[in-house]
Design a protein around this ligand. Sequence first.
Ligand SMILES: [Zn+2]
Length: 347
Amino acid sequence: MSREPLIIDCHGHYTTAPEALAHWRERQIAGIKNPSEMPAASELRISDDELRESIEKNQLRLMRERGSDLTIFSPRASFMAHHIGDFQVSSTWSAICNELCHRVAELYPEHFATAAMLPQSPGVDPATCIPELEKCVKEYGAVGINLNPDPSGGHWTSPPLSDRSWYPIYEKMIEYDIPAMVHVSTSCNACFHTTGAHYLNADTTAFMQCLTSDLFKDFPTLRFIVPHGGGAVPYHWGRFRGLAQALGKPLLDEHLLNNIYFDTCVYHQPGIDLLTKVIPVKNVLFASEMIGAVRGIDPETGHYFDDTKRYIEAATTLTEEDRFQIYEGNARRVFPRLDVALSARGR
Ligand SMILES: [Zn+2]
């Protein structure tokens, strides 16, 4: 390693989109019951200046303050809300949200690359998402997708990720050489708080679905990022290793760790220390999910909980080379289209 790493944050959402977006969505939701009120996509008008203001005051300001260079930027996760309406509703909404993220990346190509949300809908064949996926990769230059393993919003009515109904999406991912972040959306099940329970449950659940299956035998190059530090996975690594053994599966290194990656959206030092000790460095990608679920300042440290770069810097078991991989090297490997785009810019 002969230079400072690029700091690539692989997990950012457009949580600060101009208010007009939420207003349009409210009208769309009202239009589900009252079709005469359904707004056209063209009725949403957001200027470049409004986009700039929403980014420069928020994500870009914090990226500069905290010293990160580039964010892989996708639509606000809790707003995906795939459980609302039918495929058409989801389809229109996805197209709008993906276009906004694309416009942000066009305005700030040095700082943002996009990942697409998919127009998933409960009970609808995942293959219906492919046209939007193709558009986002081909026209918007998306470097990854967010895949929701539970479009029902906390009721888990879809088959597990190993089910063949998901395969058309995986085939497209292989064709385009893009990874998926496995990311649920708002919980409409009162038992599960969206970001405190449903997200972490889903991270753990997705990992276990992969563990009990032979998905990566069918798709040896398929790549999933399990966000939020992998939910309960790193903390319970011994349990997962033991379950794999009891189920007659190969060692996890071989069974899952050529395909599954964890981000660093863990909001305290002991959590990052554990993650980076238990999970091989090659499987850890820097991320903050800034201006997301946990926006406050930790009174114990005086710093924002989601200022995760501090924890990586302070993790005592990491070498400089490890940090280089976590910040840049792994992201370029897991997101080859990002690597190509960066190289084309001489980065
Ligand atoms: Zn997220």
